[in-house]
Write a protein that binds this ligand. Structure first.
Ligand code: NAG
Ligand code: NAG
Ligand code: NAG
Ligand code: NAG
Ligand code: NAG
Ligand code: NAG
Ligand code: NAG
Ligand code: NAG
Length: 912
């Protein structure tokens, strides 16, 4: 395919300075709709386009260019087809490329209606092609976007007919070419308006005369007596001073005025826009002409002198012009110009943040919806279902599909102002929206949501909240009053009851409540709720697992808890609800009574490991909930002191509508069974009336998140060896959950704020609110409603809903990345590319580029130790779960990294 310099005549002609450019290195010439490869008369190799495009129909048209008529293939795109894009490989991402596209209609369809359409390159819509005006039509661009693929698309316009294309060419240009004078225009691409070989009238020149295959058009307004042909570029002539220098064949002709007068080019432009102008001058005549240069009447260079035997160029940009008048006014000798290039400057829109893009891709994969087809959700055109402001995705509308669960991925779309998920079969708790600080409109109507959750109160910008026609139960949470901007709250047709909280009693707020069980003023008489059995029936999905070695276990899937225990507690809750006024009932004896009904004596024995506290005891221990030491997603944590003097952390759930009972029971149940030095120990619990309280051992060191990011962050005290020790500890805890405990347990919410430290900086994993046990010893995965924390969530789990231990490995990989980089998984500062820690850090760490390691660690770590930790972190966040290591493998690697760092530190001790 590579053709070295051939053509002897050419060699003589262009001399030494072209040798080496003559092969077609990096050239890509695509015959659109073609079915064979061939070599044309300029010795350029053409290939068919099948590899680069996946849609469109092909046909041939008669091309009556020149003297002969030939059949030329084209590809056209009927408008029923969505994607009309070519994906072109870019061999060298840092280089500028020339892209040339040719369009040919020639009435191939016999309709006599030439189409009009737009074309885009990457994110930029570059031009509109109107084949009524010109047929054929050629467009040419200079492009650089540091991308490995260049997407070239045809975009239909209303009543424009079917877009079509006949050829596409890509030519690499030298790095740094056409950069001079472009300083004021970052992130721009250039669209060719003119490229004139001044003083030459006999057709256009291109490859191989121009090694970069620019096409230099004849000087159309050429007047014979100005001709300067006959000059030869001398061997000592230096072309290499200019990266974009025209080839010798172009420079050896010039437009020269015979008298000391005025030389003018009048160049009409097709669009009012900003333009980039390059003028080339070569000292080919034996005198040095001097002249003043004017562009649209302004003197842009006075007394410009062309130096002999040298090529030079002048670069200009002109804003908002519609025509160009280039005038040379003689001072000495005759004015002269050798070549002119004029380009329209095309804006390349900013990229959408990679966090947003990956979240949308996950949503697209999960929903099976085809949201869009371009690389970027906002440019050149917005994806379906999405709205953008500039490069920022501000709305997402996904109604009338089967979404089932509110995924944490929605929480990654940080700039959303409007989110419409009406009629998407959502069930369960309203959650995972907490990070959407800009959200103004949230439409969750016509779903099957059952409880409010605690995320809504974080939506500080919320103006309209539409929850009508759901299955929301219980009372309306007081915390909705925190939404100061809320002016419409639609709660119609739910199963809500009780009085509306005082906090919602605002003039600015319209609340619609009709169609609920019993919602409104407190004096309302309501039906006895307990007589309506449908309300309190525990909703547990039970499935029998496949027959296996003769046993028939029952695995409980929904509700994240052993089913019998859940049923027990829920029925207990019903019991307590009915007997509200007699809440002194002791928990254990009631439970024992219920136990008889459910016949789960074996389950109950496990419960005995944790102590049951009364609410009175809890109040006394916490000194009436005096000292808050933390606040989590489910409630606040208070410092407490038991009667024996032991300090405890008391986690009280605010749980006004009985939500989250399952996760509470789940946590108690799991924690009471497991004991491990790297897992926070449950001392006991309290479940009286509506109270859900967990009593844990107290860890005075706070959480890893506090250390890394807290207001009084002690990051500096977190040396690399300490971080490794913490990582090893936490991995040991997780390893026990995955491999040591029976049943095996998947934590599901591994994150820095769930890793606590004691006085000696030993780390323990806590918060088992979302954990799930694998009841079948050999089960490889469970299908579950997706839960977790934005930024830590395994993308594969999200898209497949298949939960495995590898999801914890992913989240733990994120924790490792945080330890290495000292930053949070999602941050809304910095450049869009760095929002998502995983996407940002992975390529650096893979390349061993440790400049992204937390600044406070600089110079303190042994590189091999860092390399090991970074490698295992990167492997852990592989998108493909099967590529991730197991937690046991992670632990082994971390132990090694730790011991390498230890011996490194020891070597200093000995050395000093
Ligand atoms: C290629 O296309 C031409 C018409 O453009 C057709 O005559 C020829 O049969 C095709 N060849 C193959 C191999 O498809
Ligand atoms: C384009 O091709 C498809 C099949 O390849 C065919 O069904 C369709 O009718 C064609 N459209 C036009 C406008 O020729
Ligand atoms: C294309 O050009 C023709 C003639 O100049 C004009 O009538 C037509 O409106 C143009 N089409 C579009 C879509 O601009
Ligand atoms: C890419 O192009 C630049 C300059 O044109 C060159 O320095 C670099 O070596 C090229 N890289 C590759 C991989 O070809
Ligand atoms: C140019 O684009 C890059 C990458 O998209 C971006 O980082 C940079 O801020 C942009 N520069 C300007 C001036 O917009
Ligand atoms: C124009 O170029 C053609 C071939 O490219 C050549 O045959 C012809 O003589 C040239 N005409 C003039 C006037 O130079
Ligand atoms: C172009 O500019 C020159 C000098 O400013 C002026 O004399 C000439 O009339 C202009 N031509 C047109 C067509 O505007
Ligand atoms: C123009 O510049 C040349 C060389 O730079 C100088 O010799 C000449 O005097 C200048 N002419 C005018 C009119 O300034």
């Amino acid at each position: 395919m590579n053709m070295k310099c051939f053509w002897v005549g050419f060699l003589l002609f262009c001399g030494f300075f072209v040798v080496g450019f003559c092969d077609q290195d990096g050239f890509l010439s695509i015959s659109c709709g073609g079915n064979t490869s061939y070599i044309d008369s300029s010795k350029i190799s053409w290939v068919p386009d099948g590899e680069y495009v996946s849609t469109g129909n092909i046909t041939t048209v008669k091309n009556s260019g020149g003297t002969s008529t030939s059949n030329v293939p084209i590809r056209y795109f009927p408008n029923t087809q969505g994607r009309k894009c070519y994906k072109l490989p870019v061999n060298n991402v840092s280089s500028l490329v020339l892209v040339r596209a040719r369009f040919l209609y020639q009435n191939y369809d016999g309709l006599g209606k030439p189409p009009a359409f737009s074309v885009s390159l990457g994110r930029a819509i570059t031009s509109t092609i109107n084949l009524t005006t010109n047929d054929p039509w050629t467009e040419e661009f200079l492009w650089s976007d540091n991308k490995e693929t260049l997407t070239f698309c045809l975009l239909a316009i209303p009543d424009g007919g079917s877009p079509l294309i006949s050829s596409l060419e890509v030519r690499p240009l030298p790095q740094g070419a056409y950069a001079s004078g472009m300083g004021d225009f970052p992130n721009k691409s250039l669209r060719k308006s003119y490229r004139i070989n001044c003083g030459y009238a006999n057709g256009s020149l291109r490859y191989p005369l121009d090694p970069y295959d620019r096409i230099w058009d004849a000087d159309k307004n050429f007047t014979p007596f100005h001709v300067s042909t006959g000059f030869k570029i001398q061997r000592n002539f230096n072309l290499s001073t200019l990266r974009e220098s025209p080839p010798a064949a172009v420079l050896e002709t010039a437009r020269v005025l015979a008298r000391k007068e005025v030389l003018t080019y009048n160049l009409p432009l097709d669009t009012l826009a900003d333009y980039y102008i390059v003028l080339y001058f070569a000292g080919i005549v034996p005198v040095s002409p001097s002249f003043n240069l004017l562009i649209n009447g302004d003197v842009v260079q006075s007394n410009y002198t062309v130096k002999m035997s040298e090529v030079s160029a002048l670069y200009f940009t002109r804003k908002e012009i519609k025509s160009l008048n280039i005038t040379l006014k003689s001072i000495t000798y005759y004015p002269q110009i050798n070549a002119i290039e004029v380009y329209q400057i095309v804006d390349i829109p900013l990229e959408a943040s990679s966090t947003t893009v990956s979240a949308l891709q996950v949503i697209q994969q999960f929903t099976g919806l085809d949201l869009g087809w371009q690389d970027d959700p906002c440019s050149p055109t917005q994806w379906d279902h999405i709205g953008c402001e500039g490069s920022v995705v501000t709305s997402l509308e996904l109604s009338d599909i089967n979404l089932r669960t509110i995924s944490p991925t929605f929480g990654d779309l940080l700039d959303l102002k409007t989110l419409d998920l009406h009629n998407t079969s959502l069930t369960g708790v309203i959650q995972n929206f907490g990070s959407l600080q800009d959200l103004e409109k949230l439409n969750l109507s016509f779903n099957k949501l059952t409880s409010f959750g605690s995320d809504l109160e974080n939506l500080v910008s919320l103006k309209i909240l539409d929850l009508q026609n759901n299955s929301l139960q219980g009372i309306v949470p007081d915390s909705l009053g925190n939404l100061v901007n809320l002016h419409l709250l639609n709660l119609e047709n739910n199963k809500l009851q009780g009085a509306l909280p005082q906090s919602l009693n605002k003039e600015s707020l319209e609340i619609r409540t009709s169609g609920n069980l019993c919602l409104g003023s407190s004096t309302m008489t309501c039906n006895d709720v307990s007589s309506n059995p449908s309300i309190e029936t525990p909703q547990v999905t039970i499935f029998t697992k496949k027959k296996q070695s003769g046993h028939n276990h029952i695995a409980i899937i929904a509700g994240a808890v052993g089913g019998a225990v859940l049923a027990l507690i829920l029925s207990l809750a019903v019991f307590l609800y009915i007997k509200k006024n007699r809440s002194e009932v002791t928990y254990t004896s009631r439970a024992a009574a219920e136990m008889q009904n459910w016949n789960i004596a074996t389950e109950m024995r496990k419960w005995n490991a944790a102590k049951v506290f009364s609410y009175k005891e809890i109040k006394a221990a916490t000194n009436n909930f005096k000292e808050v030491i933390g606040r989590g997603s489910f409630g606040s944590v208070y410092l407490g002191k038991l009667r024996d003097g032991k300090l405890v952390a008391v986690k009280v759930r605010f749980d006004k509508s009985q939500l989250g009972a399952d996760s509470f029971i789940n946590e108690v149940y799991l924690l009471s069974q497991i004991r491990h030095q790297n897992l926070v120990c449950l001392e006991g619990f309290c479940h009286e009336s509506k109270q859900q309280i967990l009593v844990y051992e107290y860890l005075p060191g706070g959480s890893l998140a506090d250390h890394l990011y807290g207001i009084n962050s002690k990051k500096a005290s977190l040396s690399w060896v300490r971080r490794l020790k913490i990582a090893v500890d936490a991995a040991k805890g997780l390893d026990y959950l995955h491999n040591g405990s029976e049943p095996r347990i998947i934590h599901r919410d591994v994150k820095c704020s769930n890793i606590l430290l004691d006085m000696e900086m030993n780390a323990k994993v806590c918060d088992f609110g979302l954990s799930k046990q694998i009841t079948q010893a050999d089960a490889t995965h469970v299908t579950t409603v997706v839960k977790g924390t934005a930024g830590y969530l395994d993308p594969e789990y999200y898209s497949t809903q298949q939960l495995t231990e590898k999801s914890d490995v992913y989240s733990f990989g994120v924790v490792l990345l945080e330890l290495i980089c000292g930053r949070e998984p999602l941050s809304h500062s910095g450049t869009p590319d760095s929002f998502n820690l995983v996407l940002w850090a992975k390529p650096y760490l893979q390349a061993g580029a440790f400049e992204i390691v937390d600044e406070s660690l600089t110079g303190t770590f042994e590189v091999e130790s860092m390399r090991k930790a970074a490698f295992v972190a990167v492997k852990s966040v592989e998108r493909d779960a099967s590529q991730r290591p197991t937690i046991a493998e992670v632990l082994a690697e971390l132990k090694e990294a730790y011991s390498i760092q230890l011996s490194y530190l020891a070597s200093f001790e000995h050395g000093s």
